[in-house]
Ligand binder design. Structure first.
Ligand code: PNS
Length: 156
């Protein structure tokens, strides 16, 4: 049976840290669905469609990666697709608290789904979408924190 994981996130925008987690995930899963969670109540810097396009550009040609936009609960989306693993990255103890809370809640509601958390490589610990957004909105160049070849201006 093919092992598929959902890698969910806001990805506003997708960073080098996210890419590192997907690359590690590909050593364990046959397929990874990178799911852009659409929260209609929260306006981001990039539109969800643009976020998806950026991720497609990062993995263009990699047949084991699918990019999808979804609304609602992450567990419901997994169930609707028969996906039984959620992949997440952990940078530090703040991430851990948040991820653990989410994992425990998901485990109560969707006991068939297992969350797999991977440690972000040390080089990428300071990288976050929030910092990248701040750099962009203040006129800086975030290229160092984005996957190579991505010109963020094309997605704004
Ligand atoms: O990496 P992010 O941006 O913190 O991702 C958050 C995301 C989208 C994975 C999370 O907010 C989410 O799963 N949202 C959908 C609603 C949901 O399922 N919440 C968890 C309920 S226990």
């Amino acid at each position: 049976m093919e092992r598929t994981a959902l890698f969910p996130g806001s990805f506003d925008p997708f960073t080098l840290g996210h890419k590192a987690v997907v690359d590690m995930g590909l050593t364990m899963f046959d397929r990874i669905v990178v799911g852009v969670g659409v929260n209609a109540a929260k306006q981001g810097l990039l539109t969800p469609e643009r976020r998806g396009e950026l991720i497609e550009a990062v993995f263009g040609g990699e047949s084991r990666i699918e990019v999808a936009l979804y609304g609602g609960l992450t567990g419901d989306y997994c169930r609707s697709r028969g996906i039984r693993h959620i992949l997440r990255g952990l940078r530090n103890s703040t991430d851990f608290e948040y991820e653990h809370d989410m994992e425990m809640a998901n485990d109560q509601i969707y006991p068939e789904i297992t969350t797999v958390a991977l440690f972000t490589p040390a080089d990428y610990i300071p990288v976050s979408s929030r910092l990248v957004r701040e750099i962009i909105t203040m006129g800086g160049d975030p290229a160092k924190f984005l996957p190579s070849g991505i010109d963020i201006k094309e997605y704004l």
